[in-house]
Design a protein around this ligand. Structure first.
Ligand SMILES: *[C@@H]1O[C@H](CO)[C@@H](O)[C@H](O)[C@H]1NC(C)=O
Length: 378
């Protein structure tokens, strides 16, 4: 039951029922737009994932100017919500559809949100940086990113799923740990890079939280300088003196020390540290941008563009008049063709097929060859 003064108590039973269906029993940043009914103004996993992807896609577009079109200008995009349609129109031309890109991004976002619903992932503290399992959490996160890179060459659906899972954990770190409360203004420098040690972790016998009987618990962390995270539910059970995740769904938070430290939402009913939600979301966004950039780096621009379906699956055709009398023009055309190919190579505009169609005077046109990928690379 909700306490009488919970922010949701003005909602009638049907709305509450709806919320219980929509909100997973473990919560992180809320998974998607539907769960915002519970805490309007909260930033969801889906928001973070999409904004980060658009940010890095814009970065790619700025660094790889579109062949034959005016380069994009950063000023045109600063200070407003990035939209896939705007980015694609600026890069590929007005009206160019961003549908496939949005669908790919949807797959990543849905896989991210699913981490809170699927029986295999929702109660595993390692996948949410819960229960002080920070080292284990990082190992799983780095593993999921590595699997994304491997799968990107073979199976985009699998790669997008692994990426969604990795981003979910990464974003949870900022709302489930006390990184923000430690006064940190930047993402954790070692979460994505496993060779660095995660330092200053609270040990099992370091008490971290005091009892808090209110919904809001702004001062319940015990002057901690060590990194910790909240325990959720009963797996594993909360040792004495440790922080809970907190909120309506967390059984552990009714055992002393009561309360909790999560920053998943703006709602005190779900998030005892709701006042730090926006700070946590800001760091989660920066970290997500780092993760997409890392992926772009590992896959190359071409691989990254394929993974997110940025590249239009297109063919580039060259039709050459090979009639004997055209010798000089053929050479000029070859140079032109080479130039066109070079401009696109490795960029989001690189076509997936090249088609060469020679024809000569007396008539018939022969399809000479279709080359998959860059000519000259294989
Ligand atoms: C992309 O993210 C960076 C932060 O990493 C920010 O400085 C930049 O303004 C963002 N770009 C846009 C167009 O919002």
């Amino acid at each position: 039951m909700l306490p009488a003064d919970a922010p949701l108590s003005h909602l009638g039973p049907p709305a509450l029922l709806l919320l219980q269906l929509l909100l997973p029993p473990t919560t992180a940043f809320f998974p998607n737009i539907w769960s915002l009914l519970a805490a309007p103004g909260s930033i969801t996993h889906q928001d973070l994932t999409e904004e980060a992807a658009l940010n890095v896609t814009l970065q790619l577009f700025l660094e790889q100017p579109p062949p034959g079109r005016p380069p994009l200008r950063l000023e045109d995009f600063l200070g407003r919500t990035l939209l896939a349609d705007d980015l694609f129109a600026a890069y590929f031309g007005p009206g160019f559809p961003s549908r496939r890109f949005r669908a790919a991004l949807g797959e990543v976002s849905r896989a991210n949100a699913a981490q809170d619903f699927l029986p295999t992932s929702r109660n595993d503290p390692d996948l949410h940086f819960d229960a002080e399992r920070l080292g284990q959490g990082r190992t799983r996160l780095v593993g999921a990113l590595r699997e994304t890179v491997v799968a990107a060459a073979l199976d985009h659906t699998l790669a997008r799923q692994r990426l969604g899972a990795a981003l979910h954990a990464l974003q949870d770190f900022y709302s489930h740990s006390n990184w923000v409360e430690l006064g940190m203004q930047q993402p954790h420098p070692h979460l994505l890079w496993p060779r660095q040690e995660l330092r200053s972790l609270a040990q099992v016998d370091d008490p971290t939280c005091s009892d808090c009987e209110e919904l809001s618990c702004p001062g319940n962390l015990l002057g901690v300088t060590l990194l910790t995270s909240g325990y959720f539910g009963t797996h594993p059970s909360k040792p004495p003196g440790k922080c809970s995740h907190g909120g309506h769904f967390d059984q552990s938070s009714s055992q002393p020390p009561r309360g909790g430290i999560n920053k998943d939402s703006t709602s005190p009913g779900f998030s005892p540290h709701h006042m730090l939600h926006l700070q946590a979301a800001k760091l989660a966004l920066l970290a997500s941008i780092q993760a997409f950039s890392l992926l772009r780096n590992r896959l190359g621009d071409r691989g990254f563009s394929r993974l997110l379906d940025i590249t239009p699956a297109s063919s580039l055709s060259f039709v050459l008049d090979t009639t004997g009398s055209m010798g000089e023009e053929i050479n000029a055309a070859k140079i032109q063709a080479r130039h066109i190919v070079e401009q696109r190579r490795g960029s989001p505009m690189e076509p997936s097929h090249y088609v060469l169609v020679p024809f000569h005077d007396p008539g018939n046109c022969v399809l000479a060859g279709i080359v998959q990928g860059s000519p000259g690379q294989g």
